[in-house]
Every structure is written in structure tokens, then in C-alpha cells.
Design a protein around this ligand. Structure first.
Ligand SMILES: *[C@@H]1O[C@H](CO)[C@@H](O)[C@H](O)[C@H]1NC(C)=O
Ligand SMILES: *[C@@H]1O[C@H](CO)[C@@H](O)[C@H](O)[C@H]1NC(C)=O
Ligand SMILES: *[C@@H]1O[C@H](CO)[C@@H](O)[C@H](O)[C@H]1NC(C)=O
Length: 490
């Protein structure tokens, strides 16, 4: 297939996902990207503690805020463009990375099939998540990597991308340490001269530029990777946001992210281990996956999205195996396998991308309309777990709004309950404290239906105007529906 044809396929799929995927995945998709960019470009927007403490690189939000500022300059800052524009940009990058994946995999049809049908990449490839950005750039770097047997001049551009990724997200080094070691083992250059003339200068240049950019945006000198390590490793703030058992990535995380492709991946792994000498590059990739999974497993806080950059690596391995297998396979079996793999991905892509957890995004459309119509009389109160919805980036009106925060305990006092827990421990008391009966009440209360009986006191002064489907599997503080309750009278 021609490169342009293949790129066209990828472009269609990624752009389709921008409009098809309408569900809420994780807070960072908005709170660590769009909100920050909105604040930089428009002067209002919510900065979470990570940004006040300076533990995140500004590079990714700055890319989005450059786009926002251009829209603002041409007075095109319609909320629809603010919401979908960055997703289209990410989709373009993802489609380009898919093309790189195809070339890296030796222009095999199975490579097109595997990456194009991967449910998790469809689900995340057009989200404004730093992990999606990282995953796309990782593939672009891997397609440049001087693999054994390439035969061409040794291309070292990948070092720049790996360095950039490590500056943006320090945990990217977990993947790049084994790959760089592999590079040093197979290079045609002298190892020391490679380190001294390439690795170290590139690292220093990127470090200096990213520190400059972060400090200028932050307003004071800040070395974000250092602050990140300080908080996450030494103060163990990461585990504040939940911790899973050590085997979680093996039992749940990795199989779920790969989906049905887990089966060919395991078979490919067995073939590679049996026949090591013929698969040195694949062995290095497997080593990278094992190393990364081991390190991730040792960290208490675990999430599906952290595995995203490992997904194309695993798909590269499995599609190589499928290509080799399909040369000998029966046509009928071949089609059966392709159809099973396809359907196995369509199911989760449809359900998780279109149905499950969409209420907290849909509700923003109604709230935007409410805020636009009466910006001065609107006071939104989100009584839901922290960061359950996007915020100003989806409203694009500077209304008064409040949500329950869940910041970690910074001052090391032994007794600490975050605001969301304080609220849920005693909703009535929290409301009376924050909204005394003689003061003004918020104009709208946004909550899940499960909360309604617990705050019936205050809701007696409200009427429910919208009931928006969210999840068929409510649990704990999350319900079936999201409600908008509007205050009756003044
Ligand atoms: C947004 O609203 C807040 C509170 O009313 C105000 O302090 C702030 O200056 C406003 N920001 C902009 C950019 O309008
Ligand atoms: C903890 O620090 C926050 C600000 O970071 C401050 O508002 C709060 O009063 C402190 N609490 C204690 C118990 O020191
Ligand atoms: C409401 O009443 C409380 C005490 O009951 C008082 O402290 C507060 O200042 C009052 N607020 C207003 C806006 O009158």
C-alpha cells in the first residue's frame, strides 16, 4: 500500500474518534492540559496544585495555549473550537504516528490492521492527554531508531525526541533507559564518543530550554522534573490518588489495554523467546516492556493510561508475528482471525468511547448555555468527587464556580481530610458551613443522583432541570445520572 493511502486511513480513523469518543476517561485530559492552556490564553481557568507547586512541564499546555491564543487573536474562540480544536491537533499527530508505526513495522498490512483497530488507541488517540502525546512521539522516535538490520546510516534523531519526552514527563525515562542501552550495544559509533558528543549535549540543551520555558511560564525559576520527583517519590503524593496491588498491571492493566491483541502478543512472545537469535530487535522491545512493567508495578499509584506508550510496542511485536503466521495460514482461518480481532476491539471502543461515563461531559453543554445566558447570576456548585467534569475550558465564561477539591496533605500533619471527604462524611454540615442560611445559595448544584437523598434539605429550594445519563454501573459516589438543580427564586 502507498504511504498516502495508509495515512488517509489513519487520518479518517483518528478524526472520526474526535467526534465519536464522547466519554470521560481521566481528569488529566482537561485539568492538566486544557484548563492550564485556557488560564494562560484567557486569564481564567483552574490551576490544580500541581501547577501551583510547579511539578509539571508547561510544554504540552503551551502547545494548546498557542492554538488558543491564535483563535483568540482572530476572535474565533468559540467553545466548540476550544474543545475540539486541541483534539483534532492530537488526532493529526496520532495519525502521523500511525504512519510511522506502519513504516517501522516494515509496511506490513497487519501493522495497519493492528494499530488501526486497537480499541485503547482509538479511545485515547484523540484525547488531550499527555500520555496520548507521549505515545505518539514514542512511536515517531521508534520509527527513527537505528534498529539492527536497518542498513542505512545510523539515524540519531530519536535521541532528541526521547530527551524531549523525558523533559515533559520524567517517567518517560523508564521506557527510554532500556532502549538507549540497546542503542549503545548495537551502535556503529564508539560508545564513549556517542555519549559525549550526542547524549549529553542533547540532554543539556533540552534541559536548559525546557527549564527556561517552564520558569518563564511559571513566573519563577522552577525545575519541574526535580519538583515532580520530590513530590512523587520522596513525599509519596502519588499514592494519595489511590494505590493498587503490585500485580495489577499484569492481572488487569496490561491485558485490558491490549484487549484481544493480548493473545497474539503472548504467542509472539513465545516465538521470540524460542528463537532469540533471529529476533534481536523484538527481544529488546520485550525487554523494554518487561523493564517498564516491573518499575511501574513497584510504584503504588497505577493507571491504565500509564501503559499507553507500551501499547504500540506490543502491537509492533504482535503484528510481526501475525504477518509471519499469515503467510502460511489458510485463507479462511486468516479471515476468521481478522474478524475476531476486529470485533474484539469494536466492542470496548464503542461502549467505553460512546456510552460509559458520558454524562459528566454532556452536562457541560447545558452548563455552558446557562453560563452564557446569565454570566453574572450564575454560580455553579459541583457536589461530586473532585475533577468529575471539565471546567472553564468547556464553559469559556468566567462565571463563579466551585467544586470539591481533593488536594494531598502537604504539611505532614497526621490528621487530614480533604474537602471532598469532608463533604461526603457529612454533606448537610458541609453545606451549612459553606452556605449559611442567611447568605446566597449557588444558582445551580450539579451532582450525581445517588447524592440527592443526602442533600434533600438544601435541594428543597431547588428544582431538577436536567437529568443526564452517565453510567450503567454506578459505584460509590458515582451514580446513573448527572443532575442539574436550579435554585427556585432568589
Ligand atoms: C474572572 O472572575 C473573577 C471573579 O469574579 C475575577 O477576579 C477575575 O478577574 C476574572 N478574570 C477575567 C480574566 O475576567
Ligand atoms: C496546611 O497548609 C495549608 C496551605 O498549604 C494551610 O492552609 C493549612 O492551614 C495548613 N494546615 C495545618 C494544619 O498546618
Ligand atoms: C449569617 O449568620 C452568621 C451567624 O449566624 C454570621 O456569622 C454571618 O456573618 C451572617 N452572614 C450574613 C451575610 O449576614
Amino acid at each position: 500500500m502507498k504511504n498516502w493511502d495508509v495515512f488517509g486511513i489513519f487520518l479518517l480513523i483518528r478524526l472520526f474518534s474526535v467526534f465519536f469518543v464522547q466519554t470521560y476517561f481521566v481528569p488529566d485530559e482537561y485539568w492538566q492540559s486544557l484548563e492550564v492552556a485556557h488560564k494562560i490564553s484567557f486569564g481564567y481557568g483552574y490551576l490544580t496544585w500541581e501547577w501551583r507547586a510547579g511539578i509539571r512541564s508547561y510544554i504540552y499546555p503551551l502547545i494548546i495555549s498557542t492554538f488558543y491564543t491564535i483563535l483568540r487573536f482572530f476572535e474565533l474562540d468559540d467553545p466548540i473550537f476550544l474543545i475540539y480544536g486541541p483534539r483534532v491537533l492530537q488526532a493529526l499527530l496520532s495519525a502521523y504516528s500511525d504512519l510511522c508505526f506502519y513504516q517501522w513495522s516494515g509496511t506490513k498490512k497487519w501493522a495497519v490492521f493492528s494499530i488501526a483497530t486497537s480499541w485503547f488507541w482509538f479511545y485515547t488517540g484523540s484525547r488531550t492527554l499527555i500520555n496520548s502525546f507521549e505515545s505518539a512521539l514514542t512511536v515517531i522516535a521508534l520509527s527513527q531508531f537505528p534498529w539492527v538490520g536497518r542498513g542505512k546510516d545510523e539515524n540519531l534523531k530519536f535521541i532528541w525526541i526521547a530527551g524531549l519526552l523525558s523533559a515533559i514527563r520524567p517517567t518517560a525515562v523508564i521506557i527510554w533507559i532500556p532502549l538507549c542501552i540497546y542503542h549503545l550495544l548495537i551502535t556503529k559509533y564508539k560508545i564513549y564518543s556517542l555519549i559525549i558528543t550526542r547524549y549529553i549535549p542533547i540532554a543539556l540543551i533540552i534541559f536548559a530550554l525546557s527549564t527556561l520555558l517552564d520558569s518563564l511560564t511559571h513566573g519563577s525559576l522552577v525545575v519541574t522534573p526535580y519538583e515532580f520527583l520530590k513530590f512523587n517519590i520522596f513525599q509519596d503524593v502519588g499514592s494519595w490518588y489511590g494505590s493498587q496491588p503490585w500485580y495489577w498491571y499484569l492481572s488487569a492493566g496490561f491485558p485490558a489495554v491490549l484487549g484481544i491483541q493480548f493473545v497474539p502478543f503472548i504467542m509472539a512472545t513465545l516465538v521470540i523467546i524460542k528463537n532469540k537469535d533471529a529476533h534481536v530487535n523484538e527481544l529488546a522491545l520485550l525487554g523494554t516492556i518487561v523493564f517498564a512493567l516491573t518499575v511501574y508495578s513497584l510504584l503504588p499509584h497505577k493507571e491504565f493510561r500509564f501503559l499507553l506508550p507500551l501499547l504500540p510496542i506490543a502491537l509492533h511485536v504482535s503484528s510481526k508475528f501475525l504477518s509471519a503466521w499469515s503467510r502460511k495460514a489458510n485463507k479462511l482461518v486468516l479471515w476468521a482471525v481478522a474478524i475476531i480481532l476486529f470485533l474484539g476491539n469494536v466492542g470496548p471502543a464503542y461502549y467505553l468511547g460512546f456510552v460509559h461515563q458520558r454524562g459528566t461531559l454532556d452536562v457541560m453543554e447545558n452548563l455552558r448555555e446557562i453560563s452564557f445566558n446569565k454570566p453574572n447570576d450564575t454560580h455553579l456548585l459541583f457536589l461530586m468527587p473532585c475533577h468529575s467534569t471539565p471546567y472553564y475550558s468547556h464553559l469559556h465564561v468566567n462565571v463563579t464556580a466551585k467544586f470539591l477539591t481533593c488536594e494531598p496533605n502537604f504539611n505532614g500533619t497526621s490528621y487530614y481530610i480533604d474537602e471532598a471527604d469532608q463533604f461526603y462524611n457529612n454533606p448537610g454540615l458541609w453545606i451549612r458551613t459553606h452556605y449559611p442560611p442567611n447568605g446566597t445559595l449557588p444558582s445551580h448544584i450539579i451532582c450525581f443522583d445517588v447524592l440527592k437523598p443526602m442533600i434533600s434539605d438544601i435541594l428543597s429550594r431547588y428544582k431538577t432541570t436536567h437529568e443526564i445519563a452517565h453510567s450503567s454501573f454506578p459505584s460509590g459516589r458515582v451514580g446513573y445520572n448527572v443532575l442539574i438543580n436550579e435554585r427556585i427564586g432568589k
